[in-house]
Design a binder for this molecule. Structure first.
Ligand SMILES: Nc1ncnc2c1ncn2[C@@H]1O[C@H](COP(=O)(O)OP(=O)(O)O)[C@@H](O)[C@H]1O
Ligand SMILES: [Mg+2]
Length: 410
């Protein structure tokens, strides 16, 4: 291939999400999401360090999580450049199966590390910053992209969560660099509503747009205004860092545990909740069933779940229906409007002033949640990316890829 041709000038769009990471590219006037070696278009943001010294990334890490909980690291975005003694981390720490650590010689900086054990080549512990671990994910996405594209690519635009501060954005450049990428820009979900994605054109009228991005473990809400001059500006935003699809899965798991206990005969299985392996298997199956229920193509309303020898030799068989799932989570769904009264107040606006809703994130695929937003704001039209052939959870990576393309062509 000769230098300087159109295909030579590719820029990857990369999203490192707290739950899933993605890579895509915008070329020939369209967006392509790039599958990994398993054909998945989303790679779990999970990295495992094994006792024999291997580093597993994505699904491979997730598959062995139940057996290697202390050295399988996830939740990396919420730990990214975090402070060990911050309220958020203190609250989160007990729920994580791996160890957070602070260097006792530098307690004043209190930068958070992750400490792993029993790893070949490390006599005592392997101690890494979350961003160092995230480099493994970025590197894998680059490799997946290069395999798919059949060529090397060194440039990328990276999408980060709205709540990332300047320092975290700076570290994101460094993560890209360590993964062998030159990062042209770092963008967030608020930029998305500034993109062509929302309206498919520049708007020259007053509009007040709400952005609702519901992922795996966080919700981001923002209020964006458009004016007659074609300008768009993000006015305010807020993040709920402990609300997302994982909470819906937890409700299902809790229900399944009760069912399992009820059905287990002649055996005491009450301590199943203390068995990390069994609970992880339930959690993974709950997520799979949920996604199967709400994948646009499937149209199914119930999913059969079978787990062989879940606990003390007993199998688990169950059917999850949409109705049951929504009953279990009804009150949680309403949390999608929680941040908006405050955001509206800050902008001195009323609910009725909202003209448009922009949706993003994997969990926004649950129609009941979209209905709650529509009912609350009385907005009939919502902008969801399926109109441009992009799944809601791929909005961030789409936007990063599109920005990458614009960087080259502008
Ligand atoms: N079709 C679907 N229906 C319902 N939930 C989904 C679907 N696809 C993905 N999810 C959920 O969306 C969440 C991930 O959202 P995503 O935006 O990809 O991640 P992140 O939190 O990294 O931004 C997970 O909880 C996942 O189970
Ligand atoms: Mg997301």
């Amino acid at each position: 291939m000769s230098a300087g041709t159109e295909t030579d000038k590719l820029v990857l769009g990369i999203e490192l999400g707290n739950t899933y990471s993605r890579v895509g590219v915008y070329r020939n006037n369209r967006f392509e999401i790039i599958p990994n070696e398993l054909g998945q278009t989303a790679t779990p943001t999970m990295v495992a360090y094994t006792s024999d010294g291997r580093i597993l990334v994505g699904q491979a890490a997730k598959d062995q999580q139940a057996d290697n909980p202390r050295n399988t690291i996830f939740d990396l975005i919420s730990l990214f450049n975090a402070h060990y003694f911050s309220d958020e981390i203190v609250a989160k720490k007990p729920s994580l199966p791996f160890e957070l650590w602070v260097d006792p010689s530098f307690p004043e900086t209190d930068r958070l590390y992750i400490r792993m054990e029993n790893i070949k080549g490390y006599e005592h512990h392997l101690v890494l910053y979350p961003d160092e671990i995230l480099v493994e994910v970025a590197r894998k996405l680059k490799e997946d992209a290069e395999r798919y594209l059949g060529r090397s690519v060194s440039k990328a635009v990276m999408a980060v969560p709205l709540m990332f501060d300047d320092l975290q954005r700076l570290y994101t450049y460094a993560v890209g660099k360590k993964a062998g990428l030159s990062v042209l820009r770092v963008v967030d979900v608020a930029d998305i509503s500034l993109g062509e994605y929302t309206f498919g054109k520049d708007v020259h009228e007053e509009r007040n747009v709400i952005v609702a991005d519901l992922g795996g473990s966080s919700f981001h809400g923002a209020l964006v205004t458009c004016d007659e001059m074609g300008g768009m500006e993000m006015q305010v935003s807020q993040c709920i860092s402990k609300f997302g699809g994982a909470d819906f899965d937890s409700r299902v798991v809790a229900y399944w545990v009760e069912q399992f206990k009820r059905r287990a005969q002649q055996q005491d299985v009450n301590d199943i909740t203390r068995d990390f392996k069994a609970m992880t298997r339930l959690r993974h199956e709950a997520e799979k069933a949920k996604i199967a229920l709400y994948s646009s193509t499937s149209g199914v309303t119930s999913i059969k779940v079978e787990i062989k020898s879940l606990f003390k030799g007993q199998d688990f068989n169950e059917t999850l229906t949409r109705t049951k799932f929504e009953d279990l989570n009804q009150d949680l769904f309403w949390r999608v409007i929680e941040v908006f009264p405050g955001l509206l107040d800050e902008c001195m606006m009323e609910r009725e002033d909202i003209t448009d809703i922009v949706l993003a994130g994997g969990s926004i695929r649950i129609p009941r949640i979209v209905d709650i937003l529509k009912e609350t704001f009385g907005v009939k039209e919502v902008y969801d990316s399926s109109k441009i052939g992009v799944k809601a959870e791929e909005v961030d990576v789409y936007h990063a890829a599109y920005c990458g393309y614009r960087e080259l062509t502008d």
